[in-house]
Design a protein around this ligand. Structure first.
Ligand code: SF4
Length: 123
C-alpha cells in the first residue's frame, strides 16, 4: 500500500483534536498503522473510524397536534455512514401525532440496522 492510500482524520475524543493518518501495514494486510495520535484511545478511535465509520444522525419529523410543526429525533446509537442518506429518506417520510415523550421510538430497527430513531425531546 502506498502513502496515497493513507487516510487523514481528526480525533474528536478530546479538545486536542489530534490530526491522524491511518493506513494499512503493507507487510500485515488488515493491520492498521496510525500516526499523529497521542494516546491509546485515539488509536482505537482511528481504527474504528477507518474500518467502520459511524455517526449519530439527528433530524426532525413532521408532528401533528403539537405546539411545533417538527419533532427533533436522533438515532439511538451511531449509524454506519453508508446508511445516512437512506435513513434520511426514511425519516423524511414519517409523520406522527403528538403528544410524544422524549425517548419514544419513532422508527424501530431503521433499515434493518437494529438502530432506532427516537424523539430527542417531549412535544
Ligand atoms: S489522540 Fe488522544 S490526545 Fe489526541 S485528540 Fe484523540 S483522545 Fe485526545
Amino acid at each position: 500500500m502506498t502513502d496515497s492510500e493513507s487516510r487523514e482524520m481528526i480525533c474528536i475524543l478530546c479538545p486536542l483534536g489530534c490530526k491522524m493518518q491511518v493506513s494499512e501495514k503493507p507487510e500485515q494486510p488488515g493491520e492498521l498503522k496510525v500516526r499523529g495520535i497521542q494516546c491509546k484511545k485515539g488509536k482505537e478511535y482511528a481504527c474504528e473510524e477507518y474500518k467502520n465509520p459511524t455517526r449519530i444522525l439527528t433530524s426532525t419529523v413532521v408532528i401533528h397536534n403539537a405546539p411545533l410543526p417538527r419533532l427533533p429525533v436522533k438515532t439511538s446509537r451511531a449509524l454506519p455512514k453508508g446508511l445516512i442518506y437512506p435513513a434520511m429518506e426514511e425519516i423524511n417520510r414519517v409523520e406522527i401525532t403528538g403528544p410524544v415523550k422524549i425517548g419514544t421510538v419513532i422508527i424501530k430497527d431503521l433499515l434493518g440496522s437494529g438502530i432506532d430513531i427516537v424523539a430527542s425531546r417531549s412535544l
